[in-house]
Write a protein that binds this ligand. Structure first.
Ligand code: GLY
Length: 387
């Protein structure tokens, strides 16, 4: 069956990364169609929304990428809010990382760019912090965005207002390519996708260009990609309004207070779970025990919701951005713990490539570290910060 002609650029994946790229392309007048399998499984609806390159202790090129994105987020959010007429819930609230000792604090990878807190200052920043924590770092430059209740909705609306087309319930089953060009790059060319629509019918959709933004499911379409699921379980509590002003990034658990007192509590980090759905007693107990140690009073706050999702993990915990092994297919995946933080810079870096424009040298340099075929360490079982 020949593939039907298709001018729009396809975005494979309707999560935060896919929508961010779609929105910026549409703002530049490019016709875009987003193929989205199941809106609810997008990591953008699951994450806590921390903007935490410093608090999460990133280093090297990933820290540089995170800092570049953090700096762009206010302008990016302003565009989304202007296009959608909806607020995104961005809060420059700062993040506190508590430690059991000053020595532990002073060896933290990003200690040099945080404000060192002793116990008294830590208690002032996080009233009610557990007695085990004797020191802290305040990263006033970090913050949060209400991804679950505000950002995703605003971004979807902004895309629609800018003319992005959506096909919901469309599962991409296969990438269609032609044979490698002899003597040229040796890469095959993208010719389209085979998909199953919401009506259950399979069909082919032709395209010359697409962005693979399928998060944890990316290797299903392109097995060469080193992306694997890292499950995270979360819960939320209704705290008293203003009880917490700062995000608290504790060992194994973090607390993200929204403006109305809702506190998002994250997250387990379970690489061994694969794509196993559902909450587990062990995971929920881990969150509750860590929460009780971090902020004892919060253990008595009314629980609101519990949920889980799958981070797109990579062996070096960094994303895969830019060209892929298939000409015409571009990568925006593998954002692991930092999808919300990195959405703005991902779109900024990808869009000129997709429009065939030259990237400034600084952008080329940022991207170079995130090629899909860079040398990678063997996969780590889980992230130490959440064990
Ligand atoms: N960035 C927090 C998490 O992935 O749990």
């Amino acid at each position: 069956m020949p593939a039907a002609a298709c001018d729009p650029l396809l975005i494979l994946g309707g999560g935060l990364i896919g929508l961010s790229v779609a929105h910026q392309l549409a703002r530049r007048g490019r016709a875009v169609t987003v193929l989205s399998r199941r809106r609810s499984e997008a990591a953008g609806f699951v994450a806590a929304g921390m903007l935490a390159p410093h608090a999460e202790g990133l280093s090297g090129p990933l820290l540089a990428l995170g800092q570049a994105s953090l700096g762009r987020i206010p302008a990016w959010v302003a565009q989304i809010e202007a296009d959608s007429g909806l607020r995104c819930g961005l809060r420059a609230c700062g993040i506190v990382v508590p430690f059991r000792s000053a020595a532990e604090r002073d060896t933290y990878p990003t200690a040099a760019v945080g404000e060192a807190l002793d116990r008294t200052r830590l208690e002032a920043e996080v009233p009610g912090i557990g007695p085990d924590f004797r020191a802290g770092l305040l990263f006033a430059q970090d913050g949060q965005i209400d991804n679950r209740r505000q950002l995703m909705r605003a971004l979807e609306r902004a895309c629609v207002e800018r003319g992005v087309a959506f096909e919901e319930g469309a599962e991409v089953l296969e990438l269609l390519t032609d044979d490698p060009v002899p003597g040229a790059t040796g890469r095959s060319h993208l010719r389209g996708v085979r998909l199953r629509g919401a009506d259950g019918e399979e069909r082919r959709l032709g395209c010359e260009q697409a962005v693979l933004a399928c998060g944890a499911w990316s290797a299903d379409l392109l097995p060469a990609l080193p992306v694997h699921p890292v499950k995270g379980q979360m819960l939320s509590l209704q705290g008293p309004r203003q009880a917490l002003q700062r995000v608290v990034f504790g060992p194994g658990t973090y607390l993200v207070p929204r403006e109305d007192g809702l506190v998002v509590v994250g997250a387990t980090s379970e690489a061994e779970a694969g794509f196993a759905d559902g909450l587990t007693p062990r995971g929920q107990r881990q969150l509750e025990d860590n929460l009780a140690a971090l902020l004892p009073a919060a253990a008595g706050w009314p629980p609101m919701e519990r949920w889980w999702g799958f981070r797109p993990g990579t062996p070096d915990q960094s994303p895969l951005l830019g060209a892929s092994p298939i000409e015409g297919l571009w990568l925006a995946t593998g954002h692991y713990r930092n999808g919300v933080l990195l959405a703005a810079i991902t779109a900024e870096l990808l869009v000129p490539l997709l429009l065939g424009q030259n990237l400034p040298a600084s952008a080329r340099e940022l991207l170079a570290a995130f090629r899909w075929d860079r040398p990678l360490p063997p996969p780590a079982a889980s992230h130490p910060a959440a064990e």
